[in-house]
Design a protein around this ligand. Structure first.
Ligand SMILES: Nc1ncnc2c1ncn2[C@@H]1O[C@H](COP(=O)(O)OP(=O)(O)OP(=O)(O)O)[C@@H](O)[C@H]1O
Ligand SMILES: [Mg+2]
Length: 367
């Protein structure tokens, strides 16, 4: 059985400091994977712990499969063991003195299964995570990635209605991490389980999430499909955190529906997509992805001449630092040829769909 998770206006205030969770609402529909993405300290783990029942929320409601499991206002607090959920953590929570099979069968011992049934379930889930042939091995004879697969197998063997994952890949080396990341989505989708996954790694969020929620300082800033988050970020922080790291400051001087004209001073102007409701005369900041700037190309509106300040050849791509009327921007050019020399003047084009204008509320919101 897979279930919908509903979190409504959740708040958690610890004894000290600002609220760790500050009015967060979202839904994970049955069978969907929602990834909460955000920098260290933004409240991701605290949300998971509240959903699991390991932390007591200050206010707000949490329901799983339509049943309220936490509501301070109504005096409801269902204990963790009665919430029917699985958890996978950053550290490999496996028992080192046991074999893979003994680890995975453990949660079934307290449930009503015959030994044969339990073993069949263990075989099924080990097959799913690609560890069937390791079943009788001691877990200490496994790699980190394999141990994490054991932890995953153990948390899904009893088919909980909801799976919570807290940065399960962050202790793995880079290569294993990519492998398990791709496998994890396939495994979760095969089980059809509802999953809430937290990470600070944007690539993980995009690969794994049906939807991504971007958090900052205890608040959920935007929740949407990876496409929405990557192509229509709701604010400057979301844009920055998901890789639109270039910024240009200017003044909005003209509006035409979804687009507008931004003046950067010195007679330089560009068209931009208005992702905030903005009025003419407002100070704005434009966020731009390095890979969305076309270097060496002129294409009508939004074409400029920039100077190449630095370049870093990376084999299959080159990163340039360019100077555009006094602003330093990073540009990514795909391909094995680095075509532009340091010191050269080169045409660049900033496609207007890729120039996202937001209200300027002080210094860059990225930290
Ligand atoms: N038991 C606690 N007592 C007091 N403050 C806490 C406690 N647990 C967490 N916090 C605070 O709540 C905030 C959110 O912490 P949380 O662990 O949820 O962040 P996170 O997003 O999971 O970060 P990370 O990516 O580093 O794991 C932080 O400011 C943290 O210091
Ligand atoms: Mg955490």
């Amino acid at each position: 059985m897979t279930a919908t998770l509903e979190v409504t206006d959740l708040r958690k205030q610890f004894a000290i400091g600002r609220p760790a969770i500050d009015g967060v609402s979202f839904v994970v529909p049955a069978g969907e994977i929602v990834v909460l993405l955000g920098p260290s300290g933004c409240g991701k783990t605290t949300i998971l712990r509240c959903v699991a029942g390991l932390e007591h929320p200050t206010s707000g409601d949490i329901s799983i499969a339509g049943r309220v499991v936490s509501s301070p206002k109504r005096g409801i607090l269902v204990p963790p063991r009665s919430r029917d959920l699985g958890m996978v953590f950053q550290s490999y929570a496996v028992w080192p003195h046991m074999t893979v099979r003994q680890n995975v069968i453990y949660p079934l011992k307290h449930r009503k299964f015959t030994r044969a049934e339990a073993n069949r379930k263990v075989d099924e889930v080990l097959e799913l995570v690609g560890l069937l042939e390791y079943a009788e091995r001691s877990v200490v004879a496994l790699s980190g990635g394999q141990m994490q697969r054991v932890a995953l197998a153990r948390s899904i063997v009893y088919r909980p209605q909801l799976l919570l994952l807290d940065e399960p890949l962050s202790n793995l080396d880079a290569k294993l991490r990519l492998r398990l990341r791709d496998d994890l989505r396939v495994i979760l989708k095969q089980t059809g389980m509802t999953a809430l996954y937290v990470t600070h790694d944007q690539a993980e969020a995009v690969v794994l999430g049906d939807r991504i929620g971007v958090m900052r300082d205890g608040k959920l800033l935007q929740i949407g499909t990876p496409d929405q988050i990557y192509n229509r970020p709701a604010d400057l922080f979301v844009a920055n955190f998901t890789g639109a790291t270039n910024e240009l400051a200017g003044t909005l001087v003209e509006r035409n529906g979804e687009f507008g004209v931004v003046d950067f001073g010195g007679g330089q102007r560009a068209q931009a997509a208005l992702l905030h409701p903005l009025t003419s005369g407002e100070k704005v900041r434009i966020a731009l992805r390095p890979e969305n700037i076309a270097i060496g190309k002129e294409d009508g509106a939004n074409s400029f001449t920039a100077r190449v300040v630095d370049r870093r050849y990376q084999g299959t791509q080159t990163v340039y630092d360019i100077d555009l009327f006094g602003h330093r921007l990073e540009v990514l050019e795909l391909g094995t040829a680095a075509r532009h020399q340091v010191g050269a003047q080169t045409p660049i084009c900033l496609p207007r769909d890729a120039c996202w204008a937001y209200r300027d509320s002080g210094p860059s919101s990225y930290d």
